[in-house]
Write a protein that binds this ligand. Structure first.
Ligand SMILES: Cc1ncc(COP(=O)(O)O)c(C=O)c1O
Length: 381
């Protein structure tokens, strides 16, 4: 080791926060040459005419200039698409939208604004891992409340955790990731009513379900709703958004870094929102593909399949090791997500993103082959 490196290590040892030293960087596995069904991306690209319009729009961009700091073009289109003005008028209140570099950035802004050493974050478990990770980044307490065995909400346990920890921030992903199920509106309302903190309803998978909890922002002073364009086809743009009372959003906006939505994202998202029916048609066909995939999975021996309202399906391997199945599927050219080890109740679980029908057939074939092969191998030793 060079002297320079040794000195850097000593400085890191003395200066970096202990919680950060304990963390690992977020690992994204390589997917080159693989059928990528691990990250809940929309597999469809845009039709030719839209791609052409997109390239024409990008040509006009002045990349030498900073972006519009409030991304007003995107903001206004979202307002219209979500009928925010109608909701605000109905409740006689002021509602706003704040944009983030993915919803991940919004979670971070919420945590930085609200949490303190005494009052932290509460979320069901298992759920989206970023809630806990960001609590660690920010250095605040995080409390997970176990879901029931079938991944439904244990409302009594949740309400008693609210009383015990008095969190300033509660995250409820509806549908939940990685389990795919919804939490009922009455359960969400019971949590909101019991909470003295802010409840963030994370509707990242909203496009794949009939559930829509946005009206809650016009009913309760302590609810905001978070959504993203990632799952409807624009994961690469990084655009998440928070909808809620202007009183809340003005505070969060103080911690949003200026120019967090770059010029390319703003221009692309404007065009996508003007043509939202194209994305809606794609998400509709993914819902149909999900039903077919679920039926295909249910026909496989040795799998427990969880019904999903999102663009992925959770399965549990009952007679094989999920890690071995994951590895074998990768060798067969299909990348999915292995959740084993992420949380005790996800033992032997895999998460399969819904792809195009033909991709789902390829995934089912690889999954079946892996399970058969592994069980044969097991019985011959
Ligand atoms: C429940 C949930 N919320 C938020 C996100 C993050 O979305 P984004 O890509 O907008 O950061 C994800 C991503 O997987 C998610 O599952």
């Amino acid at each position: 080791m060079s002297e320079l490196q040794r000195q850097s290590e000593m400085l890191v040892e003395s200066l970096v926060r202990a919680e950060v030293k304990d963390l690992h960087s977020y690992h994204v596995p390589g997917s080159s040459g693989l059928l990528k069904l691990d990250a809940m991306e929309n597999p469809f690209s845009w039709p030719g005419h839209l791609q052409n319009a997109w390239f024409d729009k990008l040509k006009e961009i002045d990349a030498n200039r900073y972006p519009d700091p409030s991304a007003s073009g995107v903001n206004q289109r979202l307002r219209k698409l979500l009928n925010v003005d109608v909701l605000a008028a109905r409740a006689n209140t002021e509602l706003s939208i704040m944009l983030g570099n993915g919803s991940d950035e919004i979670i971070q802004i919420l945590a930085m604004t609200l949490a303190s050493k005494e009052r932290g974050i509460l979320a069901p478990e298992p759920s989206f891992v970023m809630y806990q990770m960001i609590a660690k980044f920010v250095g605040i307490p995080y409390h997970g409340v176990e879901l029931n065995e079938d991944f439904s909400l244990d409302l009594n346990a949740f309400l008693s955790s609210i009383r015990a920890y008095n969190p300033s921030l509660i995250f409820l992903a509806v549908p939940n990731n990685p389990t795919g199920n919804l939490f009922g509106v009455n359960e969400v309302k019971a949590i909101v009513e019991a909470s003295k903190g802010l409840v963030v309803v994370d509707e990242a998978y909203m496009a794949f379900t009939g559930s829509d909890l946005l009206p809650l922002i016009a009913e309760y002073p302590n609810v905001v709703v978070m959504r993203t364009l990632s799952k409807v086809g624009l994961a690469g743009l990084r655009l998440g958004f928070l909808i809620g009372s202007t009183v809340w959003l003005n505070e969060f906006d103080k911690l949003r870094l200026p120019y967090n939505i770059n010029v390319l994202t703003q221009a692309s998202a404007e065009l996508a929102l003007d043509n939202y029916h194209v994305l809606s048609e794609q998400t509709e066909s993914l819902r149909a593909a999900r039903s077919e995939l679920t039926a295909g999975l249910q026909a496989i021996d040795g799998l427990q399949v969880y019904e999903s309202e999102a663009n992925f399906v959770l399965v549990r391997c009952l007679q094989a090791s999920a890690r071995e199945v994951f590895t074998r599927m990768k060798e067969l050219g299909v990348l999915i997500k292995c959740l084993d080890g992420g949380h005790p109740s996800l033992k032997n679980c895999l998460r399969l993103t819904v792809g195009k029908p033909q991709q789902n057939v390829q995934m089912l074939t690889a999954l079946t082959a892996s399970l058969v092969e592994l069980s044969t191998r097991k019985s011959s030793v």
